[in-house]
Write a protein that binds this ligand. Structure first.
Ligand code: NAD
Length: 411
């Protein structure tokens, strides 16, 4: 299996051949500023204490405090967290918000925990990383298998340790304690704006057909938005099944079914296929919204879509992308396509700092403007260097980060 850190470093090395930033800055960007491993003890319901292993990686803060989500997943590794933190540095730079890149994770299968144990794990992890985080230091947020409720526990733990209110330390919080309207679905909303702009460039109309891998926060919200906007969502996959209907799924029904039963296996009126089938079905647009390395050298040849919009972080390995580009497939990279989440996280921090909240409409107008400005800037770089959309996004991001490093004399 591809090592995501190798992919992330390879992508940076690829853009360096075009950009040729100061070699000392390039060298420094290959490594995070800080990576810590923490023990996360949890008193389990049976009275035993179990130790989970957690990480927090701070890649770069030249443009602002480290920023990035916390993932609870059995597959979390040191390298994965390092790669994800590096991608966060580029993502915050692509959408031009004054934040850097960080990421956290705990090796845990949340499905094995009771509600009480999950809360205890969230609090224990925050205790472990407490010295590193702060609204001007490092600002966590949700990622895979973490959500607003967990951010609420972590904020409460942080503020109890600090002895004062500090809502800006964490984003993706519940609304009642300083969350932003629109944050819950912001990643998908941002991806929707980007998908529309990319589809326009490729002359794909609103009737375009779409495949979505992953039916969680990112993929689930996007499926509903696309369906509502008139796109034909023909396949959706979760971690157990792909459901397919060539005339288009009724996403509202699929969603209802998933909510009621917890999976897609018994969903009526559609074909049930193996999970990876979603990647190679005939359709115009493919949205990987699950985990990294979904599209790799072993399956890239089977992709039939004309456009890939990456909601997941790192779903396409560098070798796979080369194969896709040779086939004329356009890949809109994660660091642009899924940046809506961090953009609204930044808006959440701004509202916390003002002690004032915007309406949902105000948040979405600001998000649309951020995403469309970033898309045009990235497309401009792609044309300027006659390269892929990913390298266009890297050119923009790495140049911005390198400029901040240089201006700070970090060379
Ligand atoms: P989530 O836990 O809410 O959902 C993940 C979904 O993927 C679930 O439906 C799960 O069943 C499915 N899945 C897991 N393995 C699968 C497989 N092999 N095949 C098909 N489906 C599979 O997570 P999320 O928050 O939606 O995050 C998904 C991806 O998007 C991650 O890579 C994450 O880093 C990225 N992302 C999320 C956000 C956010 O705000 N949530 C922001 C930026 C990037």
């Amino acid at each position: 299996m591809n090592n995501p850190l190798e992919s992330a470093r390879q992508q940076l090395a690829n853009i360096q051949t075009i950009l040729k930033i100061d070699p000392n800055i390039f060298e420094r960007l290959l490594y995070p500023d800080r990576m810590i491993e923490v023990a996360v003890p949890v008193k389990m319901d049976d009275g035993t204490t179990k130790i989970f292993i957690g990480y927090r990686c701070q890649h770069n803060n030249a443009r602002g405090p480290y920023k990035g989500g916390i993932r609870f997943h059995p597959g979390v590794t040191r390298e994965e967290v390092m790669a994800l933190s590096m991608w966060m540095t580029w993502k915050t730079a692509v959408v031009d918000i004054p934040l850097g890149g960080g990421k956290g994770g705990v090796i845990v299968d949340v499905k094995q925990l009771s509600q009480r144990e999950l809360e205890a794990l969230s609090r224990s992890y925050m205790q472990a990383i407490f010295p590193l985080v702060g609204k001007n230091q490092d600002v966590p947020a949700p990622d895979v298998s973490t959500d607003a409720r967990i951010m609420g526990y972590m904020l409460d733990e942080y503020e109890s340790l600090l002895g004062e209110r500090a809502p800006g330390v964490i984003t993706g919080k519940p609304l009642s304690i300083g969350g932003s309207l629109g944050r819950g679905y912001a990643t998908a909303q941002g991806a929707f704006y980007i998908l529309e702009r990319a589809a326009e460039k490729l002359h794909l109309g609103k009737e375009a057909s779409v495949l979505i891998q992953g039916f969680g926060n990112g993929g689930g919200h996007l499926a509903r938005m696309l369906h509502k906007a008139g796109y034909k969502v023909v396949a959706i996959a979760d971690s157990k099944t792909t459901v397919y209907r060539s005339e288009g799924l009724d996403v509202v029904e699929v969603d209802e079914h998933k909510r009621m039963t917890g999976d897609l296996k018994t969903c009526e009126g559609c074909e049930k296929l193996p999970i990876d089938a979603v990647l190679s079905l005939p359709a115009d647009i493919l949205v990987p919204a699950a985990l990294e390395n979904a599209i790799h050298a072993g399956n890239a040849d089977t992709v039939q879509a004309k456009l890939i919009v990456e909601i997941a972080n790192g779903p396409t390995t560098p070798e796979a992308e080369e194969m896709l580009l040779k086939k004329g497939i356009t890949v809109v990279p994660d660091i642009l396509a899924n940046a809506g989440g961090v953009a609204v996280s930044y808006f959440e921090q701004v509202q916390n700092a003002m002690n004032y909240s915007w309406t949902e409409a105000e948040v979405n107008v600001k998000l649309k403007e951020k995403m469309e400005t970033a898309f045009e800037a990235v497309w401009g770089e792609k044309e300027r260097y006659t390269t892929s959309v990913r390298m266009g996004a890297y050119a923009l991001a790495v140049r911005r980060v390198a400029q901040a490093m240089q201006d700070r004399g970090r060379m």
